[in-house]
Design a protein around this ligand. Sequence first.
Ligand SMILES: Nc1ncnc2c1ncn2[C@@H]1O[C@H](COP(=O)(O)OP(=O)(O)O)[C@@H](O)[C@H]1O
Ligand SMILES: [Mg+2]
Length: 600
Amino acid sequence: MRRNLPPKPPAADASPTETHIWRTLKLLFPYLWQYRGRMLLALSCLVGAKLANVGVPLVFKKMIDGMTPGQQMLALPAGLLLLYGALRFSTSLFTEFREIFFARVTQQAVRRIALEVFRHLHALSLRFHLERQTGGVSRDIERGTRSISALISYTLYSILPTLVEVSLVLGILITKYDAVFALITAVSLTAYVVFTVAVSNWRIGIRRAMNDTDSAANTRAVDSLLNYETVKYFNNEEYEARRYDEQLRKWEDAATTSQVSLSWLNLGQQAIIATGVTAMMWRAASGVVEGTMSIGDLVLVNAFLIQLYVPLNFLGVVYREIRQALTDIERMFDLLTVNREVADAPDALSLPTGPLEVSFDTVAFAYDKERPILQDLSFTIAPGRTVAVVGHSGAGKSTLARLLYRFYDVGGGQLRIGGHDIRQLKQSSLRAAIGIVPQDTVLFNDTIGYNIRYGNPDASDAQVQEAARAAQLHEFIAQLPQGYEARVGERGLKLSGGEKQRVAIARALLKNPPILIFDEATSALDSQTEKAIQGSLENAARGRTTLVIAHRLSTIMDADEILVMDAGRIVERGKHAELLASEGAYAHMWLLQQEEESHA
Ligand SMILES: Nc1ncnc2c1ncn2[C@@H]1O[C@H](COP(=O)(O)OP(=O)(O)O)[C@@H](O)[C@H]1O
Ligand SMILES: [Mg+2]
């Protein structure tokens, strides 16, 4: 059954097309070209090994001719015997030296490419990462890098040596004997290769069908067993077995076809070889009978043929592996061609040091075009001042922080820092200028000290402790058996929400940036700890341009301006007292919270 292929089949074993193969090789080439010196050495070793290999039958022929009755030798052919041994050894010597020269090239290409993909993934937008599964991406990298080694070794250790050997043998046959020998060899080799590639291409489809039916059968079995109880409730064991067997029968067909096709492949290959060898030996034997060739020549031709066909036996496997490797590498390189949604302008600027003004100028933004999130949003935070934002969950408050960090570009209007549109700034400079305590904190699976120091990897132990003190975290850490060396578990799951939040506060303080964002920075804390930290946060905010996204209004009473957001728009703005006096949404929220607190 033929299916129409979708534009880009996502299956892992999808086969690459010719243009894709060239594109992949072109991308890979620069990494290898950097080591052209070593590559040249490795290639000379390869040629050396093959020269030695081809030399063996030549020496062997000389010895045989020397010992043929009628041309009695006077002594043992000591020189030839030693040469024979030396040539055999040089084959391995050159082969191993090729490996010695080339090992680093392959591994370093793997390293560089893996690193480049990693850097690129970090440069891609948040949007990309929210949509892709990290597990899938890392599998693509892993398979891609592994395939680079496979591709290089199959090419360098299988294809190229065979090509060199074939040309050497053809050259010797042409120069030493008549061209008919070379012709027979060339024709049978070509037939062999064409046949193998054609049959292998056909078999790739068969193998894929076999793998697909295998997974399908497996999925059915697992799903059925997971529903063990349901199957019993409805007494449907027979029904389940029948459904499973349906899939198994498909698999049986596919697996049989695969097995049979392999036998046909082998048979066809051997038939071609047998025909070629017979024709050659026929020709050589006639030569001996006619007296134009010696027994040694006969042995030589036979040895060449056997030597040539041994590596060819692997051709089917090598061909399939190379195709698979190219597919995997292509998938990895595909990641590299995902465009950066947010990229530095060529003439991007760096921010000056010192306090900076932040201003949103009629900003509009949407994650998806169909659903606008922010609309016509304007406000300015003067250098060193504090603006607070309040509003319901989903109003778009955290989105303001994501835009400031330039995880996304605004859809309309402008976002300026220090008077520059942030799209004109270097992203590294922009992000260095901002410290954030995010709404949700995820920690690295390392020690608590490491996680705090992440705010400034160069900080001294004393600075780390100072930041921890300001975040009301030092005492908690001090009573841990391992102190700052205590591990926080995956994503920081061994810490409570409030402890994680205080780690986030400590590392934002340690970063010591001119702009601070607190996104509900104390929401996970009890009100007592919150009060204790509040002082530190106010201290930290002094002299810095600060955006506070608040959940508890009592924490922002002193802000220079308070914005009330609803559905992506600013619906009220002013100082605390003004907003209370105007008796709008803010005043309402304030009353509700006061009431809650008096009941608490
Ligand atoms: N990556 C995203 N893709 C699509 N929609 C998003 C994304 N992140 C947030 N949103 C939506 O944007 C709206 C505003 O989110 P956010 O700024 O986090 O609100 P909040 O005011 O609670 O901090 C929400 O309705 C949310 O569902
Ligand atoms: Mg939020």
